[in-house]
Ligand binder design. Structure first.
Ligand code: PSV
Ligand code: MN
Ligand code: MN
Length: 390
């Protein structure tokens, strides 16, 4: 084990839980092609079972986020019991106002009151589901926006959005939260109604204490300093959730930490610095990914391990030495301290950490040897799409 890795750092890692998106287990693809895979889940119960396998082998992922209506079931109490029997809980409920014809020109921002109400009612339905699943968070990502200058009144859309969100927020129970996700483009290309953290912040600030911002790491312009946004939202007490993934170009939804592990490290340094780490921090660590060409379950295992690995490195940061160098104005020494933590190979220490908790030292190898993949490929015939294009 690395001599820099103290037992206190190991304790902090035990308090990390990552929320898996149900849709990561279904077939997905790009707008060019969905490549179907054998063994993908046929219903939400099987998605939960796959998520439980990720948790069993990593000890990191006890929560599954659902997407409505992709994960609509007749009996959510039964789904909840099924999850709990597998040691899992049902997490964030994600709404969906981006697949109905009615929402072509917008949902919560639409100029037609009836369409706005339809979108609000959908969120009421999601809140009902939350009551049954025991979920804390309602996550709202909107596809709303316009493609052409002049297409609609962008100021009027903000006003309508504020009004719709207020109606949804009022419907939440006392222990429930609204988490608003921003995205700078796509599917609308001229303007997006919640394009950036500032707009999301303005809306959630107006709503109240239990309204927070969701930061999806793939939803920024190239070159954006995401860790600065993390620091700012934590400072303002308004960071509610992450949607982790990685991107080379746009909203690629690739495995978190694959494209830029250093960026993930820098984000986690700010998370820890700002009090956003751990089960009582109020910040949920969700993945929002699609595994289009790789197998889904090992894709999720790799993802949670990447988050843990960069968290461990961020925990290694010698904050006292960093603070001294910063106070002394020693630019290069401060940078050295940060890079020392980033360049530390924590993998052997993490293998030991897992073994000491009765987990496989190498979860990827354990999954390959487990037989689960072979079993689901035989048993599950006619698996479903993740939801995209379904
Ligand atoms: C679309 O960009 C998106 O990936 C958002 O990030 C949502 O979180 C996700 O879909 C699921 O609705
Ligand atoms: Mn997202
Ligand atoms: Mn996205």
């Amino acid at each position: 084990m690395s001599s820099m890795f103290t037992s206190q750092d190991l304790d902090a890692l035990a308090d990390q839980s990552i929320e898996l998106p149900s849709w990561a287990f279904g077939n997905s693809g790009t707008r060019f092609r969905v490549f179907p895979q054998a063994g993908v889940p046929r219903d939400p119960f099987e998605k939960v079972a796959d998520a439980a396998k990720v948790h069993e082998l990593t000890g990191l992922a006890p929560i599954v986020a659902l997407h409505i209506p992709w994960d609509l079931v007749e009996d959510f109490a039964a789904l909840r019991r099924y999850a709990e029997d597998l040691g899992m809980t049902l997490g964030t409920i994600n709404s969906n106002t981006f697949q109905d014809d009615a929402y072509k020109l917008g949902s919560l921002t639409h100029s037609d009151r009836r369409i706005r109400q339809q979108a609000i009612d959908h969120h009421f339905q999601c809140i009902d589901v939350m009551g049954q699943t025991g979920s804390r968070d309602l996550k709202i990502w909107l596809a709303d926006g316009t493609n052409y200058p002049g297409q609609d009144d962008i100021r009027g859309r903000q006003d309508r959005l504020a009004d719709s969100l207020a109606k949804i927020y009022q419907r939440l129970g006392e222990d429930q939260r609204l988490v608003l996700e921003y995205k700078f483009f796509e599917p609308a290309f001229y303007h997006t109604d919640v394009p950036d953290w500032g707009t999301a912040y303005a809306h959630v600030e107006a709503l109240g204490e239990r309204a927070l911002v969701c930061l999806d790491t793939g939803h920024h312009a190239p070159g954006t300093n995401i860790e600065f946004i993390v620091a700012q939202l934590l400072r303002l007490g308004k960071l509610g959730a992450f949607d982790f993934n990685s991107r080379f170009y746009a909203d690629d939804d690739l495995i978190v930490g694959a494209a830029d592990p250093f960026q993930l490290f820098r984000i986690l340094v700010e998370v820890i610095r700002g009090g956003g780490f751990g089960s009582t921090s109020g910040v949920s660590f969700m993945l929002d990914q699609c595994h289009n060409i790789e197998k889904k379950i090992p894709g999720q295992i790799r993802s949670v391990l990447n988050v843990q690995e960069m968290t461990a490195r961020a925990l290694l940061l010698d904050r006292a030495a960093l603070g001294s160098a910063q106070d002394a104005g020693d630019v290069l020494a401060a940078n050295d301290v940060l890079m020392d933590a980033f360049y530390t190979d924590v993998r052997p220490a993490l293998a030991e950490w897992r073994a000491s908790r009765g987990l496989p030292a190498n979860p990827m190898a354990a999954y390959a040897a487990d037989g689960y993949q072979e079993r689901i490929e035989l048993e599950r015939v006619g698996g479903a799409q993740a939801g995209w294009g379904a």
